[in-house]
Write a protein that binds this ligand. Structure first.
Ligand code: X2X
Length: 338
């Protein structure tokens, strides 16, 4: 063993062993993070999560992967528990709706204030402005790291009973609403009879006629074929936009390398921008498809729109203090044209 050639061979073998075990340990360390979504990849929302996963896998060379669990399956169908599950580490990450997270992050109700952000320009001004940053800080202060925005879309109103073009048409209609109490207030203010239930329960309730109506973006109405469960009337009222947020549990985030964090964040930004653009581009074709299936589409003129705005003013009085005056003010100035 004093022979130099043997020593070199032994040293080389050692190097090979070390590098082999490094390769093994790095593949053992390759991490898979769970990502929760409410809607599957039949919808832009689920496609946003899949795009995120695709980009992260590509850029990390497979060392970091995201596995998407759609249909709120990680929270047994209860989408209002998604944020808590992510905060506590039951799930690692999510692409979630501001509505579904608002029970834990009241600032997210900013987006649900009725008739507050009238068009995509104002939504972009808010998410990309000072208010958007404040909303992200509010999420971060509750133990979850927000990375990027996506979009479920402007929520439109459908029902089985007849065309709706004024608040009086909603009188007594049973409307399925999502998980924030703000929606109870909005639909109560309009004279309707709101019932809160998860998305998993919504379609059965529409099918049996347990509820008369619901509200969701055109992509959801179209893909879920809401027209097939008796929803023959659709009112385009753009009463609120439902942004999505890409986010990660804080402990998971802190356990990642700087490089992995960059990959996660930049991939989320890319996937979000891609999905927002696609969702908006597809809306005219979706609307046309919905109309072709025989759904009556009602658009509001200025006076009709104004009647809805006035009927829901009390919701602002009630909710602006809960959201935070400062965030609402920041959103107002973000939306003001220069
Ligand atoms: O439950 C809904 O209506 C949905 C799918 O749009 C959300 O998760 C907010």
């Amino acid at each position: 063993s004093s022979c130099p050639a043997r020593r070199v061979a032994a040293a080389l073998a050692g190097v090979l062993l070390v590098s082999a075990s490094l390769a093994i340990s790095s593949s053992v360390e390759a991490r898979e993070l769970s990502v929760s979504t409410v809607l599957s990849d039949a919808f832009p929302w689920g496609q946003a999560a899949e795009k995120w996963a695709e980009r992260v896998a590509e850029r990390s060379g497979g060392e970091l992967t995201l596995r998407v669990y759609p249909n709120s399956q990680l929270v047994s169908g209860d989408q209002t528990r998604e944020f808590s599950a992510m905060r506590s580490g039951l799930i690692d990450a999510a692409v979630g709706s501001t509505i579904n997270w608002s029970p834990q992050v009241p600032e997210l109700n900013l987006f649900s204030l009725p008739f507050f952000m009238p068009d995509v320009e104002s939504v972009d001004a808010v998410t990309g402005g000072a208010a958007g940053e404040m909303v992200f800080e509010a999420i971060a202060s509750r133990g979850v790291v927000p990375l990027a925005w996506g979009e479920n879309g402007f929520r439109q109103l459908s029902n089985s009973q007849g065309p709706i073009d004024e608040p009086a048409d909603l009188e007594g209609l049973k409307i399925r609403v999502v998980g924030s109490p703000l929606f109870q207030d909005t639909f109560t203010a309009l004279g309707a009879n709101p019932t809160q239930m998860s998305w998993a329960d919504a379609k059965p309730a529409l099918t049996t006629g347990a509820v008369d109506g619901q509200e969701n973006p055109l992509s959801v109405f179209d893909v879920a074929r809401i027209d097939q469960v008796g929803q023959e009337h659709l009112t385009l009222w753009n009463y609120m936009n439902d942004p999505l947020v890409f986010a990660v549990n804080r402990q998971v985030w802190e356990s990642l390398s700087e490089q992995e964090r960059t990959i996660l964040r930049e991939s989320a930004e890319e996937a979000g921008a891609w999905e927002i653009a696609m969702t908006r581009e597809e809306e005219p074709a979706r609307l046309a498809a919905i109309q072709e299936r025989g759904v009556t589409v009602t658009e509001l003129d200025e006076a009709q729109h104004q009647a809805f705005v006035e009927a829901t003013e009390a919701v602002h009085d009630e909710w602006v203090p809960r959201i935070g005056e400062a965030i609402v003010e920041a959103a107002r100035s973000d939306m003001q044209p220069d």
